[in-house]
Write a protein that binds this ligand. Structure first.
Ligand SMILES: Nc1ncnc2c1ncn2[C@@H]1O[C@H](COP(=O)(O)OP(=O)(O)OP(=O)(O)O)[C@@H](O)[C@H]1O
Length: 647
């Protein structure tokens, strides 16, 4: 059981009582008496001695402070004259700045300037309840009258503190962990020890609680786990990534397996590349990662260099708004000669064509929904970002169509078919890259216009009419931006993506701010999952121990030794009941108990057997030791150990 701790003598000595301080002052001659012969504050609370006949020598003052009442009597050996000399301390000296030695051997003779008497410079002494014998001056600690540089002492202390690598969150011994600098600080915490304190690992609290106006039963789960919508979306994406189609009839390629078609229709469309193209999800047999393979049906490669030189340039491109291309190869596994490009796979993506333009085709009686201007500005900023990277690398995107831009999250887009036309038209293309880049800007303008008018680019026959039609729905600024992209440059001039960026700078900063906010929110949820990961690991370990039958020849291993207490702890955490026997399902209790166990704190926990016959009173720290012992025993008996259990 916990015992009450009393302050040690040391501690009590450090806590000074005001009354004893006043008594000490009474024995010290007031300096106003010494300097002026009287003290204005004598009747106004000055606690120093005003009777010159009663002066105690500084030596005896010192004696009183250094020795306690039990010390043998001390007889001053200093001559009274010397003592009297010491008391002639000027008030200037009392308020002087601390002495900083300038060099060894400096003469201690007062300078002639200091010896000139200047009454105006003498400030009258104001009683401050401070002791003459105090070794501090202006709050700076001094030892033997020599100034100690606080920064020098801090640096020596820092070197004594454990380095970041030594600092182990999961260390069971929290006394050493609690305050690595404790030896440097007085126990009562006179100095801030804040930064050296470990956080409260026994609490389940990743960041500040994020509560909305929810009912308590809703709050319980919402507070502990990521928002349901986010979880659902992530789960669907994971499911889509793992999905397989055993009888798809698709071949297995040399280093790719589990091909799954991603196309939503089986139309052979040659508009984009001059060849029908198909997209498959596939798993790489070497890395185990999933990729999106785009196949160009019936393509016959005539120049090996096409793939090598184009891929060399495109593999350098890393941009958040471009789907990264990894490699290109030819294959005959599909029964023809096909060219395959391997891209990053973004589960559950839709093309902008599918998302914004297909509904209009599906129901010709329904007026298509206008895409909000903020969404379109978001797309413009992202495509601008992609083109900036591409053009700076002396390349051109070329394939800027609603069906070749994928949307993988709310308003999050990527160019999905870069590099293909560069390979396919490697020999036939004779146009310089600058011209292709100018064409990118025009295609970019037409793409936005197509989304703003809800009509595929192929249907935009009269650009001016289309531009006029968006003037009613969108701002003049938006229309001007689109018109600038589509319009040919003035004779002798050329447009560039940099010019465009300067024109839309305010929209770029707004978009940047929104994406940072989004990042902050995701970071918040991520931190919560970190806490859940910690709890899950503790729970998994606990579950491997309790209810285990035989281990290492010991029958009913989990019922014997320490393991029995762990079993009762399991009951305490998960099988609690109310006074009337009804189950108590507080998730907060479960999470806080598991966090406390993981942090091995000194808090007591009372464990009772189900028949109420046995009661154990233990600290979480003791339980954690039992827990670690039991788990380590399991690890010893296992073949593979427990990879990942301790990190
Ligand atoms: N990198 C990728 N990751 C995940 N899905 C992708 C990726 N690239 C494309 N897709 C998806 O594959 C599907 C087919 O894409 P594709 O570009 O062939 O569109 P399409 O509308 O069929 O065009 P086309 O008519 O020109 O064939 C789309 O649903 C698209 O979202």
């Amino acid at each position: 059981m916990a015992t009450t701790r009393y302050p040690t003598n040391d501690l009590r000595r450090q806590v000074g009582s005001p009354r004893s301080k006043a008594r000490e002052n009474k024995d010290t001659l007031c300096r106003n008496i010494l300097i002026y012969g009287n003290c204005r504050y004598e009747d106004q609370g000055c606690t120093f001695n005003h009777d010159q006949n009663k002066t105690a020598s500084p030596q005896s003052d010192f004696t009183k402070k250094t020795f306690n009442v039990d010390s043998p009597a001390f007889t001053p050996s200093v001559a009274p004259q010397a003592a009297a000399k010491k008391t002639t301390l000027s008030s200037q000296a009392a308020n002087a700045a601390p002495f900083t030695p300038r060099g060894v051997g400096t003469s201690l003779q007062p300078s002639s300037e200091a010896s000139v008497f200047n009454p105006a410079a003498i400030r009258e002494f104001t009683p401050q309840n401070y002791e003459i014998g105090n070794t501090t001056s202006n709050g700076v600690p001094q030892e033997n009258g020599i100034y100690n540089d606080p920064f020098t002492s801090m640096s020596s202390m820092n070197s004594a503190l454990p380095s970041a690598a030594q600092y182990n969150l999961y260390a069971s011994d929290h006394n050493t962990l609690a305050s690595p600098g404790a030896q440097f600080y007085p126990q009562h915490g006179a100095f801030p020890t804040g930064p050296l304190q470990p956080p409260n690992y026994h609490l389940y609290q990743p960041f500040d609680s994020y509560r909305q106006e929810l009912q308590p039963w809703q709050r319980a789960t919402y507070d502990f786990f990521m928002p349901a919508k986010m979880r659902e979306e992530l789960q669907k994406k994971m499911f889509a990534t793992q999905q397989v189609m055993p009888n798809s009839g698709l071949p297995q390629l040399e280093r790719w397996h589990s091909l799954l078609p991603l196309d939503t229709n089986n139309r052979k469309n040659t508009a984009s590349f001059g060849y029908p193209s198909w997209v498959y999800k596939a798993q790489n047999s070497r890395t185990g990662r999933h990729y999106a393979l785009r196949r160009l049906e019936g393509y016959r490669l005539t120049n090996e260099k096409a793939i090598l030189s184009v891929m060399k340039e495109w593999k350098k491109i890393k941009n958040a708004n471009i789907v990264t291309v990894h490699e290109a190869f030819t294959t005959r596994e599909f029964g023809d000669s096909s060219l395959i490009f391997a891209y990053d796979y973004h589960p559950l993506s839709k093309t902008l064509q599918e998302h914004h333009l297909q509904a209009a085709h599906g129901n010709r009686y329904r007026a298509p929904n206008a895409v909000p201007e903020t969404t379109l500005w978001g797309y413009i900023c992202q495509i601008t970002n992609a083109l900036k990277t591409i053009h700076s690398n002396k390349l051109a995107a070329r394939c800027l169509e609603p069906s070749k831009i994928i949307l993988s999250d709310t308003n999050r887009i990527r160019l999905s078919a870069c590099s293909i036309l560069d390979v396919v038209q490697f020999e036939s293309n004779t146009r310089p890259v600058q011209e292709l880049q100018q064409e990118d800007l025009v295609k970019f303008g037409k793409l936005v216009l197509s989304l703003a008018t809800n009509s595929p680019p192929a249907h935009l026959n009269n650009i001016q009419v289309a531009l006029d039609s968006i003037a009613n729905k969108y701002t003049a600024n938006f229309k001007d931006a689109v018109a600038w992209l589509i319009a040919p440059p003035n004779p002798g001039e050329s447009k560039s993506i940099e010019n465009f960026i300067s024109g839309i700078a305010t929209h770029m900063t707004s978009f940047f701010d929104l994406s940072l906010q989004d990042n902050d929110e995701k970071q918040f949820h991520l931190a919560r999952e970190l806490e859940n990961g910690r709890v899950a690991r503790t729970m998994m370990k606990l579950m491997t121990i309790v209810e285990r039958g035989e281990l290492g020849g010991v029958q009913g291993w989990s019922e014997t030794g320490d393991r029995y207490q762990l079993k009762l702890f399991r009951d305490y955490v998960f099988h609690r009941v109310e006074a009337d026997g009804k189950p108590n399902l507080s998730m907060g209790h479960m999470l806080s108990c598991l966090s406390k166990l993981d942090a091995a704190i000194e808090e007591m926990v009372v464990l009772t057997s189900r028949d109420n016959e046995t009661v154990f009173v233990l600290t979480y720290r003791e339980l954690k030791q039992m827990f670690d012992r039991a788990f380590n025993e399991l690890v010893k008996h296992s073949k593979t150990g427990a990879p990942g259990a301790n990190n």
